[in-house]
Ligand binder design. Structure first.
Ligand code: ADP
Length: 535
């Protein structure tokens, strides 16, 4: 719902106020000029009428004078003085005394003009008095004409210019009433005019300014509130319509930018997540590598110091065992324990040596399919693999890798021993090989070991590559197999990945970068590769 501003500070309010004031001012000025003009016209008419009436009286007086009938003059003045518009008529002698009057007792009235220089008197008029007493005075001299001084009576000498002065007073009521009525009519018409124009102005301003401005304001508030889907509905062709169209197009642009921003933010978040995972993984690898290298340095020293005494213990235990008579079965058994434990120590030391090797790697071009087959051939005669079925899915045309065959063989052996242990020496192990390119364009050769054992719980997956971490019973596991394997593969520039879950078996993926000239590297291997690829 659009709300309109009723404030006098609004554009429409200011326009209506200023136009209204202007119209009121113009109406008053126009009325004033018009009324004044009308008053002047009406007064002029009244003066003309007064002049005509004075002429009439003048003629009556002159007739009376010429015929010597003063009573006729008085009669004439009285009768004409009874007219509706005439207040009084007075005739003054040249010395300023009233000779004839339409009113009684008017002899005391002061003379209207200065009679000292009466011969220079000309016709004049003036408005005197206020309210009900307002009067138009018309004063005109009665001149000495030839018929007067040539008349038989010779009453007036020829040298006299003015014989008498006529003063006629006229009511101005009619003029005042007409002016008053017209003033009221003008004020009413002016007020009505201002009202009608204001109403029209209000309607026009509402339609052309207030409503579109309110719609624009509501639209801007919606945008400020984040709603970019509701365009402003103004379809006019005027400036407001243009403003609304520009505003709507700005809103569309804003929406597009917001979507882009959101997309960028999401991709940035994904990128940050990916990078964080990469950093964490690298950090873990660094920690492991650091552990392995310090373990390597330490184990190299220990192995060097312990190898000779252990060899001595085993050799001398065997010698002692040979010297003992067969009847001393108990001593034989004890010596066998010494030999077993010493050999176990040797095994651990061999495992530890895995950390210290590296610089002395013999890197040759090897085919991982052949290596897998060799390792299977080696273990299949061991009792712990009797009840295990091997499923080989070796890819044809596998590129060679540059690696130390003994080290990689040890890694594969560790994988098979762990799988056998996890399955209690009963189940199936699938070994698959494949190659594929990675993001940086390098080719990777992957060897996969999947068993049908109990798998590894999520919480343990992060720990299994740590040195000495084992879940096997004491005496069976050393916790070095996977950490040594990890170290070997890392030194080859590769990686070990594990995928597992409880009850799903475990899958180890050993990835090594392809290297060398490419293709199987011996005649026998080439023959086998041909068979694998079916050629
Ligand atoms: P060890 O074999 O001496 O225990 P490893 O480093 O080879 O040492 O293995 C560490 C641990 O990883 C094992 O004790 C076992 O818990 C787990 N593990 C390794 N391979 C498997 C597998 N195929 N299935 C289930 N668990 C495994």
């Amino acid at each position: 719902m659009v709300k309109f501003s009723k404030s006098r500070h609004s554009l429409a309010g200011k326009l209506i106020l200023s136009v209204g004031l202007l119209m009121i001012f113009c109406s008053i000025a126009f009325g004033f000029v018009f009324i004044n003009f009308e008053r002047r016209v009406l007064v002029k008419d009244l003066v003309n009428y007064a002049g005509a009436t004075a002429d009439l009286i003048n003629q009556g007086i002159q007739y009376g004078m010429l015929t010597g009938r003063k009573d006729l003059i008085q009669q004439n003045v009285k009768v004409i003085g009874m007219g509706r518009t005439i207040r009084f008529i007075r005739v003054y002698s040249p010395d300023g005394k009233i000779r004839y009057s339409s009113q009684r007792g008017a002899a005391d009235a002061p003379p209207p003009v200065d009679f000292k220089n009466v011969d220079a008197l000309t016709t004049t008029h003036m408005i005197v008095g206020r309210g009900a007493g307002k009067t138009l005075l018309y004063i005109t001299p009665i001149l000495n004409r030839p018929q007067c001084y040539t008349a038989v009576c010779h009453f007036h000498a020829a040298g006299k210019n003015v014989l008498a002065v006529l003063e006629a007073g006229f009511y101005t009521n009619d003029v005042d009433r007409v002016v008053h009525d017209n003033m009221i009519a003008t004020v009413l018409a002016g007020g009505l005019f201002v009202l009608v124009i204001s109403v029209f102005l209000c309607i026009i301003l509402y339609k052309l300014v207030s409503k579109p401005v309110a719609l624009l304001e509501a639209g801007m508030k919606r945008i400020a509130g984040g709603d970019l889907d509701s365009p402003i509905d103004i379809n006019t062709r005027d400036e407001m319509g243009l403003l609304a169209r520009t505003f709507n197009s700005m809103t569309r642009d804003l929406k597009r930018y917001r979507l882009n921003m959101e997309n960028w933010t999401h991709s940035l978040e994904d990128e940050v997540k990916r990078k964080t995972q990469e950093i964490m993984k690298t950090q873990e690898e660094l920690v492991n590598t650091e552990k392995l290298s310090s373990l390597g340095r330490m184990s190299a020293g220990i192995a060097h110091e312990l190898n000779s005494p252990l060899t001595g213990i085993v050799t001398f235990a065997h010698l002692l065992k040979g010297r003992l008579p067969d009847s001393n079965a108990e001593a034989h058994e004890d010596l066998q324990v010494v030999i077993d434990q010493a050999e176990r120590c040797s095994k651990i030391i061999k495992g530890l040596l895995g950390f210290s090797r590296g610089a002395g790697f013999e890197m040759v071009e090897i085919n991982l399919n052949s290596l897998v087959e060799a390792v299977i051939a080696m273990v299949s005669h061991q009792t712990r693999f009797y009840n295990i079925k091997f499923d080989l899915q070796l890819a044809g045309g596998l590129p060679p890798v540059l690696a130390d065959p003994n080290q990689i063989q040890q890694v594969f052996l560790n994988m098979l021993i762990n799988a056998s242990d996890a399955m209690n020496e009963k189940g199936a192990i699938t070994i698959a090989t494949r190659s594929f390119p990675i993001e940086d364009g390098r080719q990777i050769v992957e060897t996969e070991f999947t068993d049908t054992g109990p798998g590894i719980v999520e919480a343990d997956i992060g720990k299994i590559f740590e040195p000495f971490y084992t879940t096997k019973p004491v005496g069976k596991g050393t916790g070095l197999g996977l950490s040594v394997s990890y170290g070997i593969i890392k030194k080859h520039g590769g990686d070990i990945l594990v995928k597992s879950g409880p009850g799903r078996g475990a899958t180890f993926l050993i990835r090594l970068p392809a290297g060398g000239k490419g293709g199987p590297n011996t005649d026998g291997e080439r023959e086998k590769e041909k068979k694998r690829s079916g050629n």
